[in-house]
Design a protein around this ligand. Structure first.
Ligand SMILES: [Zn+2]
Length: 281
């Protein structure tokens, strides 16, 4: 099946590399907020996350949310907006069928309000873990309620309402996933630890080229290639560090077993540059 996937950056933030990966440098480096545009011949246009939007700045103007913007300096211009970039491709944002929401951090859901007709494929457990949070409690969870459309719950399709199917050995050590379009092209898998209910996406695109989008299971590619964990300070913002380690170990094993599959951490600039320039696409 001719499923197409393209990668874009919806703004970026800056952090010191040594925080996101042990053994990294203390230089401040750019972390793009990558989103993917999937063109499926039967379903239509699907996004995996959206990156930032201008609403991030509105929602973090006042304390305590302002702490979020202080800890995570964001560089974003109007042209970085996911809906704007889709229009440049000739796609009307109103025609986007689904947005797979990997999790509810602001750098992944920033653009949800720009897609009026879209259904949101996400984890119910993930949504419910952030939904009641406000004030400092929300900031600690990287959650800005103002980024979530008012009718989100009406438009949400929770993966937990489907049953998982067994995956063949080409996905090992992942054993089960959600066959969201019932055609084997896209499987969602649980990648817990960073947050509750984080969803990764396996996709088989044109020419049987395979990708594994892993959201924030790690921030840079070296982390899953060499099994390098982040600085212990990140445990403050990690919902379950043991699960985080287990998930990263699984991705590390997956990569060793299937090195031909392109693994895409949302924020790895090196990987993004290769994907955007066509080296890997
Ligand atoms: Zn992120």
């Amino acid at each position: 099946m001719d499923v197409k996937i393209q990668f874009f950056s919806g703004g970026y933030s800056t952090h010191r590399e040594a925080i996101v990966m042990r053994g990294g440098s203390w230089k401040s480096i750019a972390f793009p907020a990558v989103f993917a545009v999937i063109t499926h011949p039967r379903i239509g246009i699907i996004l995996y996350d959206t990156g930032y939007s201008a609403r991030f700045f509105e929602e973090t103007r006042n304390f305590p949310a302002r702490l979020y913007a202080m800890i995570t300096p964001v560089v974003y211009e109007a042209r970085d907006n996911a809906a704007v970039q889709l229009k440049d491709l000739g796609i009307d944002p109103a025609d986007v069928k689904y947005i797979i929401t990997s999790h509810f951090h602001a750098d992944h859901v920033g653009g949800l309000k720009d897609f009026p007709n879209t259904k949101f494929i996400c984890s119910r457990a993930g949504y419910e873990s952030v939904k009641p949070r406000r004030g400092l409690n929300a900031v600690k969870a990287g959650f800005l309620a103002g980024l979530i459309p008012n009718d989100f719950e009406v438009r949400a399709l929770y993966v937990e309402n489907q049953s998982q199917v067994a995956l063949d050995s080409s996905y090992a050590p992942f054993q089960s996933g959600y066959d969201i379009f019932k055609d084997g092209s896209c499987y969602l898998v649980d990648l817990p630890g960073h947050v509750v209910g984080q969803l990764g996406l396996f996709i088989t695109a044109e020419d049987q080229k395979r990708y594994f989008l892993i959201a924030d299971a790690c921030w840079v590619s070296r982390a899953y290639k060499e099994l390098r964990y982040p600085h212990p300070i990140t445990q403050l913002i990690t919902s379950n560090y043991k699960e985080y380690q287990d998930t990263l170990q699984k991705i590390y094993q997956f990569h060793r077993l299937h090195p031909e599959v392109i693994v895409v951490p949302t924020h790895c600039n090196e990987q993004y540059q290769d994907l955007a320039s066509g080296v890997l696409a």
